[in-house]
Design a binder for this molecule. Sequence first.
Ligand SMILES: Cc1ncc(C[n+]2csc(CCOP(=O)(O)OP(=O)(O)O)c2C)c(N)n1
Length: 251
Amino acid sequence: MADPQTVFSRPQTLVDRPWHFCPGCHHGIAHRLCAEVIAEMGLQERTVGVGSVGCGVFSYEYFNFDGIGPSHGRAPAVATGVKRVLPDHLVFTYQGDGDLAAIGTTEMVHTAVRGELITIIFINNTVYGMTGGQMAPTTLMGQVTTTSPFGRESQQAGYPVQVCEMLATQKGAAYIARAALFNPAQVNRAKKCIRKAFETQIQGLGFSLVEILAACPTNWGMSPLEACRHVETGMVPVFPLGEYKVPGGGQ
Ligand SMILES: Cc1ncc(C[n+]2csc(CCOP(=O)(O)OP(=O)(O)O)c2C)c(N)n1
């Protein structure tokens, strides 16, 4: 019988080591959710994680399954190759907004258009976190960053890119959802979305992506709690949560 005191344990898919992430950063929660789902689906020996350049770059230090590190933005192209060679494997990328929606826009869009059987876990924290908080394509209007010291304004920098809305219009995309991690209920919801995305891939139904709205207290100049509130009140109105496309759901 299970120890009644045990309310939580580390999944085998995570290495037993402390995160390098800043206090209040949501990357650690997102890593954990991916690892938990892979463990629960029994896919530890049949998974390849494709990392990215950014604060998620050390994912191979934490995930206890195979991984590969591509150059900046190219994760979906690398994942395409891996999946085509290992079609029985779960192959997913883990990418920030600078990586996915700036330098890697081409790879992201065409991977979805081709309906590649991979999953993208997209961490949207509205800044280039690792390099010091520069403006990203998802930076909110008016948001002050190190490269938009007076706040993002549309004439010079356009508008926040809405990845889920864009990719959900593509035939090759089967499951597209946006989740967040600002409270425990949202964390549970995000985990369900990751599970559905991975199941979509394993069932061969098409391309899948889960966008996760994530806090970056360090670069936002906020406490971890303030940053959670900002995700809920500042980001969610611009990036509404929900399932944008589900298998068999049309488009
Ligand atoms: C080809 C190339 N260009 C630029 C960089 C510098 N660089 C490293 S991380 C990064 C931004 C990452 O931001 P994001 O993808 O949003 O991830 P985060 O760090 O916020 O999680 C950049 C521009 C690089 N490593 N390689």
